[in-house]
Design a protein around this ligand. Sequence first.
Ligand SMILES: [Zn+2]
Length: 170
Amino acid sequence: MKLATQPATRQINRLCGLPRFGELGKDGVAEMVRVLREHADNENHAERAVTEWIDHNKWLPSCAELIEVLEQTLSKPAKIKPNWDCEHCKGSAYERTWLLVTYVRHPSGEKKSTEETEITPEMAAELSQTVDNHFQKVVDAVKYCRCSFGQQIKELRRLRQAEEAQKGKR
Ligand SMILES: [Zn+2]
């Protein structure tokens, strides 16, 4: 299960405005919560699916209909807004990061692999003075910002890639 009971229940409860929700009873609600937990990737996905249903239907979904709408909303982009005030990315979703790259030579002498450690900007400034730039280097890179916008963009990319991979298999 990818989704916890609490967020799933929260999303199912949003269907309460639809007719016959009250007739579901505890067991009926639990069954729908189970469906959401099993088929939603995360709360954002569950939320989009439930919103999609509420906006377009007048009746309470059956479990099968709930699964259907979850599948349909899978790849739709969420309505996400950049956080312009974010001190790390200023709304770009990316932040700069520094890495200490160490080249590790394979005992055979043939292969060379690298180890990367994320370091703070302060450490980067200090280390860049001391590393030999041959076996060890300080490099800067970009990564998804730690803010919710950056993480949502990261999640979106992941979904897109998963979708592309699926298409490739067919
Ligand atoms: Zn940010």
